[in-house]
Design a protein around this ligand. Structure first.
Ligand code: G1P
Length: 301
């Protein structure tokens, strides 16, 4: 049992990163030297995906170009003897992986984006990855961790994480019945509740393994929170028919849909980067020492 198809909803406008995202895709923002979408794609491939389905929109052509062959660039690198860089470019997509692009003409929400993937997914279980949520899995990538759960239980699995109470209104929030450590069956799921109404502080993060039943349910789902067709609402119906598991992944998630999360991810990945780690650490230490040696500003009245 392997999930062969991965869906990447990438049609969002990325307004939080304007003006950087005015003419280009937010998923192409780099974490050190790789765009966010490349991390998401690598995660899917390492969990066994062979078919990548991108749900795109306007200003997203750079995503297609990124995963396409770049003849002129490759010829140029070859002729200049830049073998290492040539490999870096050629390794973006391993052989045997197919990319499918579907245009989401209207921004009707995550649920609608997933529904757009139906013709390409067909009648098999599939995964959904939100590239904004960059996850550094502890021992293995988040989707590969979820795939193990899927193999054991054969049902839908959704990645979750505990978040502070005051942040619950930014997420889908689940209430679960424990199954095993870090694993629970979803009893209730609510999209972006107010802290007072939230059933828990266990939040859905951007990784889902779903059965194709979700498509039929999405078809019937009307506008929910923010007037959008919410994936969460369709999952809420699905739990009445099928088991859906909430899995607390092991690792660290960076919310790269926010500027602060994006900056944190860049710092952490730079500190792990083979060419940059030492010099960047040195720079950060100098900067912190300089900061600490400055007299503290008097507290403002
Ligand atoms: C989406 C989902 C939400 C989930 C979140 C994870 O929200 O609708 O349930 O918790 O992704 O990042 P968005 O962040 O797109 O508003």
């Amino acid at each position: 049992m392997r999930i062969r198809k991965a869906v990447f909803p990438v049609a969002g406008l990325g307004t939080r990163f304007l003006p950087a995202t005015k003419a280009s895709a937010k998923e192409m923002l780099p974490i050190v030297d790789k765009p966010l979408i490349q991390y998401a794609v690598s995660e899917a491939i390492s969990a066994g995906a062979e078919e990548l389905i991108f749900i795109t929109g306007r200003s997203k052509n750079s995503i297609m170009d990124h995963f396409d062959k770049a003849y002129e660039l490759e010829a140029e690198l070859e002729s200049r003897g830049k073998r290492k860089l040539l490999e870096t470019v050629q390794e973006i997509l391993p052989p045997g992986i197919t990319c499918i692009y579907i245009r989401q003409a209207e921004a009707l929400g995550l649920g609608h984006a997933v529904l757009c993937a139906w013709p390409a997914v067909g009648d098999e279980d599939f995964s959904v990855i939100l590239a904004d949520d960059l996850i550094d899995g502890k021992l293995r990538p988040c989707l590969a961790q979820m795939q193990r759960v899927y193999q054991e239980y054969g049902t839908s699995v959704i990645a979750t994480q505990q978040v502070p109470r005051e942040e619950v209104s930014a997420y889908g929030i689940v209430e679960t019945q424990p199954v095993a450590p870090g694993l629970g069956e979803i009893r209730r799921i609510v999209e972006k509740p107010k802290p007072a109404d939230a059933p828990s502080n266990l939040a859905v993060v951007g990784r889902y393994i779903l059965t194709p039943r979700i498509f039929k349910l999405l078809e019937r789902t009307s506008g929910g929170a923010g007037g959008e067709i919410q994936l969460t609402d369709a999952i809420s119906t699905m739990i009445q028919e099928q088991t859906v598991l909430a899995y607390e992944f092991e690792g660290t998630r960076y919310d790269c849909g926010s500027k602060l999360g994006y900056l944190k991810a860049n710092v952490e990945y730079a500190l792990k980067h083979p060419e940059l780690a030492d010099s960047f650490r040195e720079y950060l230490c100098e900067r912190v020492a300089e900061w600490n040696s400055r007299p503290r500003l008097a507290a403002r009245k």
